[in-house]
Design a protein around this ligand. Sequence first.
Ligand code: SAH
Length: 241
Amino acid sequence: MNTSSNVDQQELANFNQYAHKWWDTDGEFGALHKINPLRLNFIKRHFAINNKKMLDIGCGGGILSESLALEGAEVTGIDLAEDVLNIAKLHALDSGVKLEYLISSAEDHANQRPEHYDSVTCMEMLEHVPDPQAIVQAAADATKPGGLVFFSTLNRSNKSLLLAVFTAEYLLNIVPKGTHQHDKFIKPSELSQMARQAGLVLIDSAGIDYNPVFKRCALSHDLSINYLMAFQKPQNEVIEP
Ligand code: SAH
């Protein structure tokens, strides 16, 4: 699969359609705002963000990207949904947060800046692409040896079908309808296998519990719905003379 085909145009259209609602904390992307502090905490458990070069793949309107920049990282956010990226740029101007946003596929960006970043994040994006393995590989390629890669996605379990799709999309309207296709969700074993194939080593995982009634969330050990994984790219082996 070439890089330009690893994109689902219908998915991008869905995101573009709601771009203007991205920073509305009670709107379609409210769930991303709710879980963002948890994602940030998970990253900070493993990685000292300040002054590091970070890439956010599928950055959307920049919820995570901006929060990483506010923690002192030099952030590049990439996405292929143009309207969404324009919202990200406008919001950064408004909030005065300095970061770089580029329209680019993960694969092209990794070719342009191989082993450039101390850490790469890719949140809630793998379940929207035709070939997640290629994105995982690109994330690994863009990371310096010794650097960390963070993913979050939705598990393909019965519980996630019921909760994430039915509850989130249809009852509470917290994400736009049609945003998620359950067969594209990814089991933790599959994500860790993709990462292994890309040369990454699993160092931690956590679930995100979302209580739709109280609209509260917390990190947990339950990976059955929404989960985070942290990986390390091994250091290059030093060949002794
Ligand atoms: N990572 C952000 C946004 C998640 S929504 C966050 O968690 O806050 C998923 C994002 O992935 C959308 O902005 C969508 O435009 C983007 N996306 C989907 N397919 C993509 C692809 N093939 N390449 C780059 N970005 C993509």
